[in-house]
Design a binder for this molecule. Sequence first.
Ligand code: F6P
Length: 372
Amino acid sequence: MASADKPRVQRIAINTGGGDAPGLNAVIRAATLAALRNGWEVLGIRRGYMGLLEEQVDDEPGVFPLTEHAVRGITHLGGTILGTTTRGNPFGLEVRQPDGTWGTVDRSDEIVERFRALGIDALIAIGGDGSLGIAHALQQKGLPVIGVPKTIDNDLAATDMTFGFQTAVEVATDAIGRLHSTAEAHQRVMVVELMGRHTGWIALESGLAGGADVILIPEIPYHVERIAAKVRDRDTSGRRFSIIVAAEGACPADGEASYADASGRYGGIAERLARQLEELTGKEARVLVLGHIQRGGTPIAYDRSLALRFGAAAVRCIAEGSLGTMVALQGKHVRSVPLGDAVRELKRVSPATDDAVLTGRQLGVSFGDADG
Ligand code: F6P
């Protein structure tokens, strides 16, 4: 619940959780500088919430002061100076049992206690759906939290845009673009696997911008025969190569998505499709799995600027006493929305109405379904 009380703030903390995204450091810099200018102290918590549980790892303290010096010159840097983890949920931390098997333990109460012991008045939690869900649960235990939406997947419902997404789209578009000449030279099918577990925003935007012939996303179940038909049609019309872009979580209409391992991690759709298409079309197929290159390196200007705006807006929320909220881009404006609303559902592509899907269909792009 957002609160209208204006707390007297002396010290805030910042953490980054889940998979990294280009722009994290820009948020950290903006929030730190804005908070210092308010006369507040700022603490950085390392590796999500782990820094609150592990006081020192090697020579690094789990919690350390974020000063002007600490955030100097980091706006353009990828990664996060605070470190991050996808295995740091304090409500279910993995632990090795005495018999060697793995179990989980809830250490969320310790987080709240340590937070209070450090005299932290508010936490700026920078994360995606998983990390913001944890932040929301901690907020319900009494921790004053402001969320900042981060994910290259752009799948958070309450914000038009997460930072990191546009950089990922840029990287993917460049890769798809580069494949055209080699695909054409060899008259091959190239299958590109992109990130996107539950939503296909990266594949959709970069596939369209990069000139893909087929775009497969989790929101539109595909039929491999339809993809093969598209490849054959192109051959018949003299275009003897095809570029297929698939989000890692895309799923055949009559089967299961492709999993990398038993943990539920996606992976392998490109390899699977390439073999199926070789079989169905008799053409040679090659695979590119773009992987973490989509998350690494310097954020493009759009993401830097959005990240700086989000960081500064989070500090305004704290100053105004608007806690338990997440900053969000709505149209041209950064506003705050209740954190509970922000983590309630994912933002998915609506196949019937999404403008990029409609545009793709009008241009003859196949989505592997009956419509194209
Ligand atoms: O949520 C962001 C994301 O990039 C997903 O698109 C992808 O499935 C996942 O992270 C990969 O995570 P990890 O770094 O754990 O392999």
